[in-house]
Design a binder for this molecule. Structure first.
Ligand code: CP
Ligand code: NVA
Length: 296
């Protein structure tokens, strides 16, 4: 079994990963030899801090040997095809986790290999982030009946968040500028599981929300659009007025890295409502849950 998207993950599998995440967080020493003797690859085609370090540490803390595979050395799709890279690596590894630009590279590798493959961020989804996000939300209040307001770009993180929240029993409102909405196929898939509202009004989106969530306005690979996007997204900054509209019981979440002063102010990042560093910690517990689910 692979874990490429929340779209392709059943509610039962997602629930299992959330249960495992909660269990490993409360008893880290209980899992120190759970997967001893296994080897996994961590492949990065773009930058990372949280994903790289938390996945490496998660593996070591489960007894796994992790191997960082740098794209500068392997040249995915340049030195050899993604499919050939996958077919070679499955002869060495028990699981391969990959951060890639093009989600098709993941589905193409998955189609020709038997080894479990994990998406560590593609242009389409960030499913491991969504598991950590749901763990963080569940620490605040029951996901069932919660409403998450996402402000900003309808991107990879937004896609996995929408799908994860509705599959876990919550509802989502997404506020984007026109032209930056989430992928209609993702929205349609999510609406089969729960309420997803799209709007271009950030204040309407956060009113009554339990969580206010944002991500960078220009994702990795979109650096050339950054100035244009700063103009288009200016109204969608999460600031004190937005958090006041959400109310004192709402929490603020961000997958990080944050561009302080763009999608979120310093004041909100540092406020008592901010859960961003708990969320970052939960990437560690979430990846352990993914590994235990796929290899346990
Ligand atoms: N949230 C996240 O995936 O962070 P990195 O890009 O630093 O891994
Ligand atoms: N949307 C961002 C998320 C980084 C974790 C990006 O793709 O760069």
């Amino acid at each position: 079994m692979s874990f490429l998207s929340i779209a392709d993950t059943t509610t039962a599998d997602l629930t299992r990963m959330l249960e495992l995440g909660t269990a490993v967080k409360s008893d880290p020493s209980g899992y120190r030899t759970a997967l001893v003797g296994r080897s996994i690859g961590l492949f990065f085609q773009k930058q990372s801090l949280r994903t790289w370090v938390s996945c490496d540490v998660a593996a070591i803390q489960l007894g796994i040997h992790p191997i960082a595979i740098r794209n500068e050395q392997t040249g995915l799709g340049v030195r050899e095809t993604p499919e050939d890279v996958g077919r070679v690596l499955e002869r060495y590894l028990d699981l391969l986790a990959m951060r890639v630009f093009d989600h098709n590279d993941l589905t193409n590798i998955d189609a020709v290999t038997d080894m479990p493959l994990v998406n560590l961020l593609s242009d389409l989804e960030h499913p491991c982030q969504a598991v950590a996000d749901l763990l963080t939300l569940a620490e605040h209040r029951p996901i069932e009946g919660s409403r998450v307001a996402y402000l900003g770009d309808g991107n990879n993180v937004c896609h996995s968040l929408i799908l994860g929240v509705v599959k876990a029993g919550g509802a989502v409102t997404v506020a984007t500028p026109s032209g930056y909405e989430p992928d209609p196929a993702v929205v349609e898939a999510a609406r089969a599981h729960g309420d997803v509202v799209l709007t271009d009004d950030p204040h309407e989106a956060v009113t009554g929300a339990d969580v206010v969530y944002t991500d960078v306005w220009a994702s990795m690979g979109q650096e050339e659009e950054a100035a244009l996007r700063r103009r288009h997204f200016a109204r969608f900054q999460v600031d004190d007025r937005i958090m006041a509209a959400a109310g004192p019981d709402a929490i603020f979440m961000h997958c990080l890295p944050a561009h302080r002063g763009e999608e979120v102010t310093d004041a909100v990042m540092e406020s008592g409502q901010s859960r961003v560093f708990d969320q970052a910690e939960n990437r560690l517990h979430a990846f352990k849950a993914v590994l235990l689910h796929l290899l346990g």
